[in-house]
Design a protein around this ligand. Structure first.
Ligand SMILES: CC(C)(COP(=O)(O)OP(=O)(O)OC[C@H]1O[C@@H](n2cnc3c(N)ncnc32)[C@H](O)[C@@H]1OP(=O)(O)O)[C@@H](O)C(=O)NCCC(=O)NCCS
Length: 274
């Protein structure tokens, strides 16, 4: 796997989004040895809001414009949010949905039992995937307001990661999903946990089971290619469709929240993605 210092990495989105992704890749190259740093293809984040973590977080937000805290205990959330908002940051809270012991069995059942629409083929991306296919995947994601992760992560060339894309018979990408490793592999608690998400389906293909099939395929591919068996995703309150898909894929919410911290002047709207 290469070092993340490619001067022209494969990135998608508008110039502002690509700049955020480029900084994230560069930051990962600098922080990949840190046991508490996280990265799945957007920005580098931290695991917990302890004093050392929050100090790292402030540097990350200054340099990247954005960073997240993975595991914020309910009892600490208000204090952490108040402290960071006082410092001028814009925060978004996501519920943390985690996989369970039977999630891969659920995923296998989805892929075996839900029929794929007749005109659709599914591709799991890797080093050899055509750039146009990856661009199509990213385009679906962008079309519903979800920020695509960096290309080297979708291809699994920089760290374990996969993209999944459904193409119709005209070669148009209609749905996508992705997953990637997250914490330092040596971290005993979180090293085996992967981020999962970027679920998106074009509205004219909604309700055909594509998010379920592609989401399940992403988990199965991470297990087959990289031996990863534990997954999480962040769901924003009120995203009923996302909650439904996550629940059907065998994930369930836990109490601790994920916080995304943005330097509002670096990113329009103060938010990175849905
Ligand atoms: C959420 C999203 C990915 C669902 O895609 P999809 O391909 O239409 O989903 P599926 O057909 O696989 O449906 C999966 C389940 O979710 C349910 N579902 C889908 N959209 C729903 C909605 N808007 N409201 C409630 N339930 C919904 C389906 O009924 C189905 O459950 P069921 O089989 O028990 O009936 C799609 O609506 C989307 O792109 N939304 C915008 C982006 C987003 O919010 N992504 C999630 C954040 S990562």
């Amino acid at each position: 796997m290469t070092g993340g210092t490619d001067p022209q990495p494969e990135l998608f989105g508008n110039p502002e989004q690509r700049a955020v992704l480029r900084k994230g890749l560069a930051m990962h190259a600098l922080t990949r040895h840190l046991p508490d740093a996280t990265y799945y293809g957007r920005g580098v984040g931290i695991l917990r809001p302890d004093p050392a973590g929050l100090e790292l977080l402030r540097s990350l937000v200054t340099l990247q414009g954005v960073a997240n805290i993975y595991d914020v205990p309910e009892g600490q959330r208000q204090t952490v949010v108040a402290e960071l908002e006082d410092q001028g940051y814009s925060l978004t809270r996501y519920a943390n949905w985690l996989s369970g012991a039977d999630t891969l069995t659920v995923a296998r059942r989805i892929v075996d039992e839900i029929p794929l629409p007749e005109d659709v083929t599914v591709t799991v991306t890797d080093a050899g995937t055509a750039h146009t296919t990856l661009a199509g995947l990213a385009d679906v994601s962008l079309s519903v307001g979800v920020m695509p992760i960096a290309g080297p992560i979708l291809r699994g060339t920089l760290k374990p990661g996969v993209g999944v894309v459904a193409l119709d018979r005209d070669g148009r990408a209609v749905s996508c999903a992705a997953a990637a490793s997250f914490a330092h592999p040596g971290n005993t608690e979180f090293g085996g946990l992967a981020w999962w998400g970027m679920l998106a389906t074009r509205s004219d293909r909604g309700g055909q089971g594509l998010a379920l099939i592609l989401g399940a395929t992403a988990m199965l591919a991470m297990a087959e290619r990289f031996g990863v068996t534990r997954f999480f995703t962040g769901v924003q309150q009120g995203n009923i469709a996302s909650e439904k898909v996550c629940g059907r894929c065998g994930l369930a919410p836990v109490e601790n929240a994920i916080l995304t911290v943005v330097d509002a002047s670096a990113l329009e709207g103060g938010k990175l993605t849905k």
